[in-house]
Ligand binder design. Structure first.
Ligand SMILES: *Cc1c(COP(=O)(O)O)cnc(C)c1O
Length: 379
């Protein structure tokens, strides 16, 4: 038997409805044409791509023409941050972000520092939240861009993006938001939310890996310098033959969420609450994020005195994550927990459990029993 999957924040399986839609865009009897071709096969593919773009736009209340296809949230973050930095560098060379961002934002900022940009890395408060007063103080006349994630991938902490947007726009700076963990968990309305650029990934929402999108506001327009040149696809912002099956997969994943999101969020929240209820009696256990500010699917907990890697090894029946998946090759305490002021010792005894569409109450019951037994063996 395979372990119980409790790592939906790392990736999700592809929904069967998504797989079906994708398969129709691959074979000789399907819509396999190049969307850049003017003949029947190409135009058939264009229709599929247009529909997928509409499905993504619709879920976030944006316009179709504001969606740029990418290979995932990593590329979206790169295109947004480097794209603005390169296009507008004469306006100012200061960027603000947070210490708790995903590496796909932090590493881009580090790269830009080597290219003459200055970056302020703001620390969160102990709940993982950005302090708005701190943001106001950090903003300068030459602040070109602010990049703040919506939902943290390790802790589930939700940033107050609406208020952040007000402050950033009042300063005349651009705002980019990495929303890879927010899509499908929080309602996103870009007609109302004054965000200029927003990154998304399909494989966090039951779509395929290797595809994502960047929302680029058209009113008022945000210009970007492309990262990938060759052919002028996506209005010159991202060249390369459009991967019809991938885009259709992301579109279908969004359409499913458009129908079911509120029910699904309530279901996942119930599972998470139930899991916490069943493990909270364990000795010394605590949550690394305030439940009031966390998304439905992520629970990050510490087990004092227990090394999380050893705990994971003692629990081969469960699949969860110590730190974030992207950094777990390196044995360093999570930079997110560190920035929140959590001690290295507690960070090294923390695990991230994340739940999703295919998690059942039976999974929760069994997983919490196994976890309780394993913890008792350590103390
Ligand atoms: C998963 C994730 C990414 C990276 O997305 P890819 O599509 O895998 O490149 C970026 N940011 C956050 C917050 C994520 O959770």
């Amino acid at each position: 038997m395979k372990p119980i999957y409790l790592d939906y924040a790392a990736t999700t399986p592809v929904d069967l409805r998504v797989i079906t839609a994708m398969m129709q865009c691959l074979g000789v009897d399907g819509v396999f044409g190049n969307p850049a071709s003017s003949h029947f096969y190409g135009q058939e593919a264009v229709q599929k791509v247009d529909m997928a773009r509409q499905q993504v736009a619709s879920l976030i209340n944006a316009e179709s023409r504001e969606i740029v296809w990418t290979s995932g949230a990593t590329e979206s973050n790169n295109l947004a941050i480097q794209g603005v930095a390169n296009f507008y560098q004469n306006r100012g060379k200061h960027i603000i972000t947070m210490k708790t961002e995903h590496k796909a934002v932090l590493d881009v900022c580090r790269f830009l520092e080597k290219r003459g940009f200055e970056v302020s890395y703001l620390a969160p408060n102990k709940d993982g939240l950005l302090e708005l007063e701190g943001l106001k103080k950090a903003l300068r006349p030459d602040t070109l861009l602010v990049s703040i994630m919506y939902v943290n991938n390790e802790t589930g902490v939700i940033q107050p993006i609406e208020q952040i947007a007000e402050i950033v726009k009042a300063n005349g700076s651009f705002l980019h938001v990495d929303a890879a963990q927010a899509l499908g968990k929080l309602p996103i309305n870009l007609q109302k939310l004054a965000v200029d650029l927003m990154s998304f990934s399909a494989h966090k929402i039951y779509g395929p890996k290797g595809v994502g999108a960047l929302f680029v506001r058209r009113r008022p327009v945000v210009r970007l310098q492309a990262l990938i040149h060759g052919g002028g696809h996506e209005n010159g912002l991202r060249s390369g033959t459009l991967a019809t099956h991938q885009l259709v997969g992301m579109g279908e994943a969004c359409a499913i969420l458009q129908e079911n999101m509120s029910k699904e969020v309530a279901y996942i929240q119930r599972l998470k609450d139930s899991f916490w209820q069943k493990i909270q009696h364990l000795s010394g256990v605590g949550r690394n994020s305030d439940i009031a500010h966390a998304a439905c699917h992520i629970l990050n907990v510490y087990f004092p005195g227990i090394d999380s890697d050893l705990l994971m090894k003692a629990l081969p029946q469960l699949a969860m994550s110590a730190g974030s998946a992207c950094t777990s090759l390196v044995v360093e305490p999570s930079h997110v927990l560190q920035a929140m002021g959590i001690s290295d010792a507690l960070a090294h005894s923390s695990l991230r459990f994340s739940f999703g569409r295919y998690t059942t109450q039976a999974d929760i019951d069994l997983a919490s029993d196994l976890l309780s037994d394993a913890c008792k063996k350590f103390v």
